[in-house]
Design a protein around this ligand. Sequence first.
Ligand code: UT7
Length: 329
Amino acid sequence: MKAAITATAKYLPDSVLSNRDLEKLLDTTDEWIVARTGITERRILRDPEKATSYMCGEVARQLLEKRGIEAGEIELIIVATMTPDMLFPSTACLTQSIIGAVNAWAFDLNAACSGFVFALNTAARFIESGAHKKIMVIGADKMSSVLDFSDRSTAILFGDGAGGVILEPAGEEGYGILDSRMYSDGTTGKEHLYMLAGGSRHPASHETIDNRMHFIRQDGRQVFKSAVISMADVAEEIMKRNSLQAENIAYLVPHQANQRIINATAERMGVDHTKVVSNVARYGNTTAGTIPICLAELDEQGKLHRGSNLILVSFGAGYTWGGIYMKWQ
Ligand code: UT7
């Protein structure tokens, strides 16, 4: 039995940080940001008391409500994040505590921007094996907590946000998650996108703070090149493996890092721009949040119909990338 999504939800903080706001902080312009990334604004979780688990809790509560189930029915919670509240306990355990999912086991999965796709694929195996019947998968990142607001090359790209789904056995054969391909390349990836300090290699010290090592560092040009090639490759592979033509695809749901990367992926697949989901203009890159937020928006807009073919594709730090093909049930 395949695994199918039975509920979707999203949470975006209210506070908007626009490109015009960033112009006041950095040597940048709205025109540059829009032309190079497609981003106009992003959301920021400003309350210092609130961290990633807060956004997960908001998503989890909505998921339970939408599906009409009790927290005690959830058997597993996977939170994909690279900005956990703290190194341990996991943000998944904190989320479990927020909603009172006392019968679940819970763990975090870190695959950066590919976190949700990796987590969804992992959760699907637990459904397919018959081990579990109700799994919550959430992708959430408070990127503002690791952004250097004096670095114009990264500060403009990211935002805070979360999205999630409930995964259950598909009601009928031929529906749900039908195929997936996941990849990592730690050799190339570790050079170009990372946060050096805060782990066991560089624990927090005066030196790590003075050297601004608790922030994201990225070689944008290198990451851009790899993202364009890898997302398009995996999308094409998924189409070939499942004999899918562009016209059979209802929606391409790509990771939202940069509109130019999204366009390049869609172009290689031959998918018409009307079928390409994009909200990068409004939210920027919410890392593990992007794809489940897109799914929740499609769902809210009533665009997901029984039999709709969806392809999800992601690329992120590691490097990590992957694609999932699902038929909506
Ligand atoms: O989701 C995780 C994976 N991450 C990504 O997918 C991000 C991938 N990379 C990108 O999206 C793009 O590389 C960026 C948007 C980060 C940068 O766009 P780019 O077209 O690759 O620009 P660039 O880095 O080649 O920089 C071009 C110029 C440089 O000036 P010079 O050296 O040509 O004089 C930069 O210093 O633009 C300058 N620049 C800026 N100018 C105004 C860099 N950032 C800014 C800025 N405002 N914010």
